[in-house]
Design a protein around this ligand. Structure first.
Ligand code: GLU
Length: 481
């Protein structure tokens, strides 16, 4: 048997982290078994589906490296097939038209509520006579198509993550709506139905999706049986939770893959992290791996039942590992658009200078976006002192150190690694200062900050665009009242 799995996002929003993580598990499972990973866009909800969301989903999957083997298939283009399947169930008497009005359903719900019962349809139109049907039609009532669900039925499946799952037919809310009224009398198929027809048609062997679909699975198994198809295997993956242990939602801020991209995460780090959201490798201390490496050993035995807490610190750590092992050239190319967006005009510098800057700040980056703040003193014409730098400069020793540095610079032919070290040493000796005193004064003057990358290298880089002396002078002016 060839493993065939699918990811079936609805284009009613941008690619969500939960959907992307489900895609990761599908992809890993397919690759592990040498199977196929299929992409299906579930766009039957005409009102909420939008082309821009479809684009965002495709872009996101591509960016993450979750390449698919077949598709994208669009449900909106497959309506005929669903309608045929609805007709089949109608012909077999397994489905029927239900004319219960919204107000009747509301009234039913009120009664159930008063009795403290769970809301369910009471199957009242299950066995209408042709005369009753005609009467309803004559009244001008519209209909939905319902599929018969036997209350006594027990639905059991062996979930690849959760083990045996048992559902009672009586807990499925009564006969389920599979299609809504349409002119042709067959109706517009709904989610649970279209999914089954598609999964049958695409010969899906394993349905891997979020745990929030468990109740749908029970219903869908009944539909497979009714349509005479073999029931696939199911794996319900744990939800992604926020720090409070609730399902990660829009309220938690960032949830879509494009947001993570914008925030400066690498695709490789993000998929690496998503793989760990619910799964762990055989060597559970291993935290950094590629999708291909994870695929080699992926199995549902190592997928947790419990929800997976989203951990920003861990994602940041993984991201920094990827950034720190990136070549300077690659990292420079990635950072250029971030600098451009910040208005820094990196095109006014040569490649060598940019790469030196990246060598300098690269090891301190956690996200690409960090580069904007860290490279500010190198791109901006003027700098501002932060509070710590101000306090540093206001110290008497800083003034003396800066005056001495400027003086020493006058008699320096060329500022290079050696001469800059010499200047520092000279000033230390002349005033009997400890090294940090001199370094801190110079750093605060050059960058406006008290912390940052290697000072001598920063100084040299700044000197290449001759910003060093004016900045040392301005610092003195700032110090002098
Ligand atoms: N369209 C569904 C969703 O986005 C997919 C459900 C499924 O995988 O069957 O949640």
């Amino acid at each position: 048997m060839t493993v065939r799995v699918r990811i079936a996002p609805s284009p009613t929003g941008n690619l969500h982290i939960g959907t992307a993580r489900t895609a990761v598990f599908n992809w890993l499972f397919a690759r592990h078994h040498g199977g196929k990973f299929i992409l299906r866009i579930e766009d039957t909800d005409e009102e909420r589906s939008r082309d821009e969301f479809t684009e965002n989903i495709l872009d996101g999957l591509r960016w993450l490296g979750l390449n698919w083997d077949e598709g994208p298939f669009f449900q909106s283009k497959r309506l005929d097939m669903y309608k045929k399947a609805v007709q089949k169930l109608l012909d077999q008497g397994l489905a029927y038209r239900c004319y219960t009005s919204t107000s009747e359903l509301d009234a039913l719900r009120e009664i159930q509520k008063a009795r403290n019962e769970a809301p369910r349809y009471d199957n009242r139109h299950r066995n209408l006579t042709p005369e009753q049907e005609s009467a309803f039609k004559a009244e001008g009532r519209s209909f939905v198509i319902r599929f018969r669900i036997d209350d006594d039925r027990e639905i059991v499946w062996n979930d690849l993550v959760r083990g045996q799952v048992v559902w009672k037919g009586s807990d499925l809310g009564g006969d389920m709506v599979i299609a809504r009224a349409a002119e042709d009398g067959v109706g517009q198929p709904l989610y649970n139905f279209a999914v089954v027809v598609d999964d049958m048609d695409m010969e899906i062997t394993h349905v891997i999706r979020g745990e929030d679909h468990i109740a749908n699975t029970a219903k869908q198994i009944l539909l497979y049986e009714a349509l005479g198809a073999e029931v696939p295997e199911f794996a319900h993956t744990p939800l992604i939770l926020n720090q409070e242990g609730r399902k990660l939602s829009k309220r938690d801020g960032v949830t879509s893959i494009s947001d993570f991209k914008r925030m400066g995460f690498t695709a490789e780090a993000l998929v690496n992290y998503m793989t760990l959201l619910g799964w762990s490798p055989i060597d559970s201390t291993q935290e950094i791996f590629t999708l291909e490496e994870a695929a080699k050993q992926f199995s549902f035995e190592r997928v947790n039942k419990a929800g997976a807490k989203f951990d920003w610190a861990k994602l940041d750590w993984i991201n920094s590992q990827y950034i720190h092992t990136m070549s300077v050239e690659k990292l420079t190319n990635i950072l250029i658009p971030y600098w451009e967006e910040a208005g820094y005009q990196p095109n006014r510098r040569n490649k060598q200078w940019l790469e030196k800057l990246v060598t300098l700040i690269g090891p301190s980056l956690t996200r690409f976006t960090d580069a904007v703040e860290m490279s500010k003193p190198f791109f901006k014409e003027s700098i501002e002192y932060n509070d710590e730098a101000k306090a540093q400069l206001k110290q008497e020793e800083s003034k003396k150190a800066l005056e001495a540095v400027i003086e020493a610079l006058h008699s320096t032919q060329e500022l290079n690694e050696n001469s800059s070290q010499d200047i520092i040493k000279h000033v230390m000796k002349a005033h009997n200062f400890k090294k940090p005193v001199v370094m801190k004064a110079v750093r605060a003057s050059l960058t406006g900050e008290t912390h940052g990358p290697d000072l001598i290298q920063s100084w040299l880089l700044l000197n290449q665009i001759s910003l060093d002396q004016p900045r040392l002078q301005s610092a003195l002016e700032f110090i002098k009242p």
